[in-house]
Design a protein around this ligand. Structure first.
Ligand SMILES: [Zn+2]
Length: 363
């Protein structure tokens, strides 16, 4: 073999190993990211919920957390590396990598082995479970319509759907100002000064972690007659959290409120307005009202005061709930603070009275 031939061979070997390296990297990536999976809507009690899914030996697998949209509580058992589902009086676990379930028998307090048509798999760090098996075990009806290629789940879970409040049902010209994500010590004092000068009560949806950082500002909010709501401890997207984590986010903030201002709140606002039926079950159990809004000022994006005023003028109606913020991130909320006294004056001129959420909802 000539020197030249050996060199080419080496080159081929070298480049092919690079190619296989690139390929394996690509494959790892393909296998690692949930966003690479196909997505489809699944209808839960007539409402479409889009989810990623994978097919495995003819069975559809979905992320375990998808089931929070049905109202089932979904948790992770670290010790047994299994997903625990609870709904309709049933409780069972799906250990990752296993083709069986552990079913809890509440009459005897024991666990029994149950069957599963395909194993639970871990993908992108998340457990995926067989859709049909889990639905049936939860006491839900599931059917597939091959003509329109759609899956329908009837949950048989009754939920207090009225616990999704965007505004009060009143013709009285009442309006509630709400401020999310505080307390902090830049914008909050400015907002409190304006509210004090105008004699306007507002409602602050506070974050537990911020309360512990700014207890003095938190006390000032309460001392100046404003109402408070719980906005979780760390501002997570509740849809992506286990049910026990959701409960912990709410309860730890309640405890911090109790510690700093001597009382808890009966109001809750989910971060990003994102919430599943399972999270609502948790709220209902704790006895908290789930408050959204009817006027989104979009102030968090750094809108100028004039734009914020225009949004308020367009979207305001009797019983309305206005969403603004008081977090510290650069100077993003300058426009919001500038708009505040003008919002108050303008709406008063239109005949509106400012009240807290509690007062608004008692009408
Ligand atoms: Zn928020």
């Amino acid at each position: 073999m000539s020197k030249h031939a050996i060199a080419s061979l080496k080159l081929i070997f070298f480049s092919s190993s690079i190619i296989s390296l690139i390929l394996s990297f690509t494959l790892i990536k393909v296998h690692a990211e949930e966003s690479m999976l196909p997505q489809a809507p699944i209808f839960i009690d007539e409402e479409p919920v889009t989810t990623s899914y994978m097919m495995r030996s003819g069975h559809i697998l979905v992320p375990a957390l998808f089931f929070k949209h049905t109202g089932a509580l979904v948790d992770w058992d670290h010790e047994y590396q299994s997903v625990v589902f609870q709904a309709n009086g049933k409780k069972f676990a799906l250990p990752v990598g296993k083709k069986f379930t552990d079913d809890y028998d509440s009459t005897t307090g024991t666990w029994k082995r149950g069957s599963l048509s395909t194993e639970t798999v871990q993908f992108d760090g998340k457990p995926f479970v067989p859709l049909v098996d889990v639905s049936k075990k939860l006491g839900m009806n599931v059917k597939y319509d091959p003509v329109i290629n759609r899956t329908f789940i009837t949950t048989n879970i009754s939920l207090n759907k009225s616990n999704f409040i965007q505004k009060a049902d009143t013709s009285e010209k009442l309006v509630a100002l709400t401020f999310d994500d505080g307390p902090e010590n830049h914008y909050t004092p400015m907002i409190l000064d304006i509210l004090k000068e105008k004699g306007v009560p507002a409602t602050f949806f506070v974050i537990g972690d911020e309360i512990s950082s700014y207890p003095e500002i938190m006390r000032r909010i309460v001392n100046e007659g404003h109402s408070i709501g719980n906005h979780t401890w760390s501002h997570p997207d509740l849809r992506k959290g286990w049910s026990s984590k959701v409960r912990e986010e709410i309860q730890s903030t309640q405890q911090e409120l109790q510690r700093v201002v001597g009382r808890k709140s009966d109001l809750f606002r989910p971060p990003y307005g994102a919430i599943t039926k399972a999270d609502l079950m948790v709220l209902n159990e704790i006895g908290m009202r789930n408050i959204h809004w009817s006027v989104d000022t979009l102030d968090w994006g750094g809108l100028p005061a004039d734009d914020i005023l225009e949004i308020v003028h367009q979207d305001i109606s009797p019983g309305g709930i206005i969403l603004q913020h008081n977090f510290q991130h650069g100077l993003l909320l300058d426009g919001s603070v500038e708009a505040l006294p003008r919002i108050i004056d303008d709406l008063r001129q239109q005949g509106y009275t400012f009240v807290t959420i509690q007062t608004l909802l008692s009408r």
